[in-house]
Design a protein around this ligand. Structure first.
Ligand code: MN
Length: 129
């Protein structure tokens, strides 16, 4: 089963997203960017769902750190944010995010899960399995 590191500070949002992700993935949770970076020291998820507005380090900075470290640079990161103005999206994509998703997720939940599978498959194809 593929695994997803869910980075989200809001407890209710995290629980709702975790319950959805758990239908298809093993879910690892982090409430802060710092917590996510600590988790990545000893686990390699197949995908990271990164909230952008976080207390302390924000999701864009966290993504830059992940992309700057050779051991985590290949991990696909998908930004999830309530703010999706063009410059927010640009900041996320230029930090190395695979995509930028606006929350709340309004898409059909199973289409959303399929989309996450697609990001994982693309990253695997790019990095040779
Ligand atoms: Mn947040």
């Amino acid at each position: 089963m593929a695994s997803v590191l869910l980075v989200e500070d809001h407890p209710l949002n995290r629980r709702l997203m975790r319950d959805l992700l758990a239908l298809r993935f093993e879910v690892i949770e982090a409430g802060t960017a710092e917590d996510a970076l600590a988790t990545l020291r000893d686990c390699r998820p197949d995908l990271i769902l990164m909230d952008i507005q976080l207390p302390g380090m924000d999701g864009v900075t966290c993504t830059r750190r992940i992309k700057a470290a050779p051991e985590t640079a290949d991990l696909p990161v998908v930004a999830v944010s309530a703010h999706a103005l063009p410059h927010d999206i640009e900041a996320g994509l230029s930090a190395g995010c695979e995509d930028y998703i606006t929350k709340p997720i309004t898409e059909d939940p199973f289409c959303f899960l399929d989309r996450l599978d697609g990001y994982i498959a693309r990253a695997r194809a790019r990095h040779g399995g």
